[in-house]
Design a protein around this ligand. Structure first.
Ligand code: NAP
Length: 250
């Protein structure tokens, strides 16, 4: 454990069984947080993350919940409160893509992505904020995407969900600021995970990235760690922090 700036704090990371969520869970545990490793169906992978965190000397618990479903989000937060009695950090990371061009996009492709990527963020943030308002502290970190800022052909559903997360982040940051709760978004570019494994990450995409390479989940986790644990981040709210190799320069 490096610095343990999050000792005594409880963090929920949605979609923490793989990819960016897994790296974020490990980074927060490395700071001493007790981490709830949420997942949808990869029980074994989630247990593995819990075991890795345990081996590194911190506490973690795997909890299954489809965070796009209101009743499951309620059950998730009830279980966390029964066991730990507080929630200090929420990383809204769970997300899916169902890529296809607009004319071929079925309503179910649209709905599934909006339900998890946007409604899931709303449901979890609402549940966490009830707890954080009473605590008069908390930090919420929403994982959006560069495509929520710049759009991407074949990702109308995904881009809309991620743009929605940005508007949501700014509005909720304004609502919760007076109680010492910060709400920020992290916008990754192309990160090497299962989600991007199916994409043809070829030279055409590399040309869009000034730094000339894809990012790693641990790099995104580093930004999440900063927003969660750094003293300076107490004065950052309503922001979108890009970690994209320079793809978007506002
Ligand atoms: P990933 O490797 O596909 O992992 C997705 C995670 O979300 C898994 O842990 C998965 O759990 C979980 N999940 C899926 N559906 C869920 C549900 N209904 N309820 C709860 N958890 C669910 O994805 P990733 O690349 O790490 O992406 C993580 C986040 O970063 C997403 O919001 C994504 O949109 C965003 N992002 C990714 C990139 C990129 O290049 N990779 C870029 C920009 C933004 P199971 O293992 O149980 O399925």
């Amino acid at each position: 454990m490096a610095t343990a700036r999050l000792q005594g704090q409880v963090a929920i990371v949605t979609g923490a069984s793989r990819g960016i969520g897994r790296a974020a869970a490990r980074a927060l545990a490395d700071e001493g947080a007790t981490v709830i490793v949420n997942y949808a169906s990869s029980a074994e992978a989630a247990d593995q993350v819990v075991a890795e965190i345990g081996a590194a000397g911190a506490e973690a618990m795997a909890l299954q919940a489809d965070v796009g479903q209101a009743d499951q989000v309620e059950a998730l937060f009830t279980a966390v409160m029964e066991k730990y009695g507080r929630v200090d950090l929420l990383v809204n990371n769970a997300g899916i893509a169902r890529d296809t061009l607009l004319l071929r996009m079925k309503l179910e492709d649209w709905q599934a992505v909006i339900d998890l990527n946007l409604t899931g963020v709303f449901l979890c943030t609402r549940a966490a904020s009830k707890i954080m308002l009473k605590q008069r502290s908390g930090r919420v970190i929403n994982i959006t995407s560069v495509v929520g800022e710049m759009g991407n052909a074949g990702q109308a559903n995904y881009s809309a969900s991620k743009a929605g997360v940005i508007g949501f982040t700014k509005s909720v940051a304004k609502e919760l600021a007076s109680r010492g709760i910060t709400v920020n978004a992290v916008a990754p570019g192309f990160i090497t995970t299962d989600m991007t494994a199916d994409l043809k990450l070829g030279d055409e995409i590399l040309k869009l990235i000034p730094l000339g390479r894809y990012g790693q989940p641990e790099e995104v986790a580093g930004v999440i760690r900063f927003l969660a644990a750094d003293a300076a981040a107490a004065y950052i709210t309503g922001q979108v922090i890009n970690i994209d190799g320079g793809m978007v320069m506002a």
